[in-house]
Ligand binder design. Structure first.
Ligand code: UGA
Length: 442
């Protein structure tokens, strides 16, 4: 099939590359000429494991193209994917200006029957608005607008795309549903379902999924907070409840809160949609509040440990800046908030991340920049520090590191926001180890 992908951000690039790899002819469009030139030259602007191999193959074999010329891409396409940014607007609702602008242009570019697919996360009813905008310039019979939310996780996006647990397609048109099903069949050979439903339900499915996952994490974070008060261990509780298949083992890891470009924005957006429609989505209000405080809970523990709110004269090592491992994305990363809070209290930082130092520097405050030394090796971040703060669970921070802290640190004190180490092992290693929802080792 001929596919046009409008927008070469994270979702567009991964989707376009993976569709090309499954034998389609894909043209990705972006208004940013510099980016398009880089992509044509084989340079990928994001870090995503596994993407480069498929991307290079698509370019080499001539199935993956990049252009700024939307007209050329759209006029040949059987399917046009809208993978445009929908950042939070001032009022908590997603800003649809990019989507609506492209929708306005599409009508005059379409030649034969075309399926227009919204892959961006958009509020319920956006499909209707896109349909109206397109129909201003072209006959209604010549297109259908479909909702097809993506469920990619950063760091695992290629695998999630190539082997999805489900594909959701929102349309009332049999013709569009058939084309979309044909497109996705190669990706669900193992028998996972392609679920066709009405467009509004599909749009809401995406928000419901992210809000449910954010709630699941937040629930466990609150259980962890209770654990700390009553002397229980959240790891045991996770195992104890996760084995119940109704609850499930995944997404039960307590920590310093969820971050990233999706959960915070989507929880806020569905909460707003509910309010707009006269419904107070109370549980999500709590989720947002708990997550805010969870992000800096580790700083509160440091205050308790040192019995002061003044960290002047102290230097803390920071391991991990990205919002999660295997990405350089620092959007809504707990590390941003923690760095602010620590430097606000007078501390200096020695920070390391395998991928995200560059993005962190761009996003953090001048105060943090002035008070942080960035190092390019995890051991260098242990040099002469008062304590180590772990913000992201990169694999390289895991064992056997715990055995060596006592040798490598002036004072082996670890505040771990991601529960990387086994408590018994930490005890044997002779370190002070304060983690989330588990007894402190002192
Ligand atoms: C999330 C969803 O998992 C994807 O399905 C969805 O497609 C995507 O948002 C999106 O809407 O585009 P992502 O933001 O890449 O994907 O990251 P996750 O792996 O879901 O992690 C989100 C946050 O939850 C991270 O900050 C992570 O540290 C935290 N988390 C995750 C926990 O604190 N505990 C857990 O058990 C799992």
């Amino acid at each position: 099939m001929n596919i046009a992908v409008i927008g070469t951000g994270y979702v567009g690039l991964v989707s376009g590359t993976c569709f090309a790899d499954s034998g389609n002819d894909v043209t990705c469009v972006d208004i940013d000429k510099k980016k398009v030139d880089q992509l044509r030259d084989g340079e990928i602007p994001i870090y995503e494991p596994g993407l480069e191999t498929l991307f290079s193959r698509g370019l080499r074999e001539g199935r993956l193209h990049f252009t700024t010329d939307m007209d050329r891409a759209v006029s040949n396409a059987d399917i046009v994917f809208l993978c445009l940014p929908t950042p939070p607007g001032g009022d908590g609702q997603a800003d649809l200006s990019a989507v609506m602008q492209v929708a306005g242009e599409l009508g005059s570019l379409i030649e034969d029957y075309t399926v227009i697919v919204n892959k961006s996360t958009v509020p319920v009813g956006t499909g209707d608005r896109v349909e109206e905008a397109v129909a201003e310039n072209v006959d209604r019979e010549r297109f259908d607008v479909v909702s097809n939310p993506e469920f990619l996780r950063e760091g695992a996006a290629v695998d999630d795309f190539m082997y999805p647990e489900r594909v959701v397609i929102g349309t009332d048109s049999d013709r569009a549903a058939e084309i979309m099903t044909t497109l996705y069949e190669p990706f669900v050979r193992s028998g996972n379902p392609i679920i066709v439903m009405d467009r509004r339900s599909s749009e809401l499915t995406k928000y419901a999924a992210n809000a449910m996952l954010a709630t699941k994490i937040t629930f466990m974070n609150e259980i962890a907070n209770i654990c700390e008060k009553v002397g229980a261990n959240v790891d045991n509780i996770r195992r104890g409840i996760g084995t119940d298949s109704r609850i499930g083992k995944r997404f039960l890891f307590a920590g310093i809160g969820y971050g990233g470009s999706c959960f915070p924005k989507d929880v806020q957006a569905i909460h707003y949609t509910a309010a707009q429609n006269g419904y107070d989505f109370k549980i999500l209000d709590s989720v947002m509040k708990v997550n805010e405080s969870q992000k800096i809970s580790i700083v509160k523990k440091m205050e308790e440990y040192y019995e002061t709110t003044d960290f002047s004269g102290m230097t803390f090592g920071v391991w991990g800046l990205s919002f999660k491992p295997e990405t350089d994305d620092i959007r809504e990363a707990p590390a941003l908030y923690i760095a602010d809070e620590l430097t606000e209290r007078g501390a200096k930082l020695l920070a390391y991340d395998p991928e995200a130092i560059g993005t962190f520097k761009q996003a953090t405050s001048p105060k943090v920049l002035d008070n942080t030394t960035f190092v390019h090796d995890q051991k260098a971040a242990l040099d002469n520090i008062d304590a180590l703060v772990i913000c992201t669970e990169w694999n390289e921070f895991r064992r056997p590191t715990v055995d060596n802290f006592a040798d490598e640190m002036k004072q082996p004190i670890i505040f771990d926001g991601r529960n990387l180490y086994d408590l018994e092992r930490a005890r044997k290693a002779g370190i002070t180890y304060i983690s989330v929802g588990r007894p402190a080792i002192n």
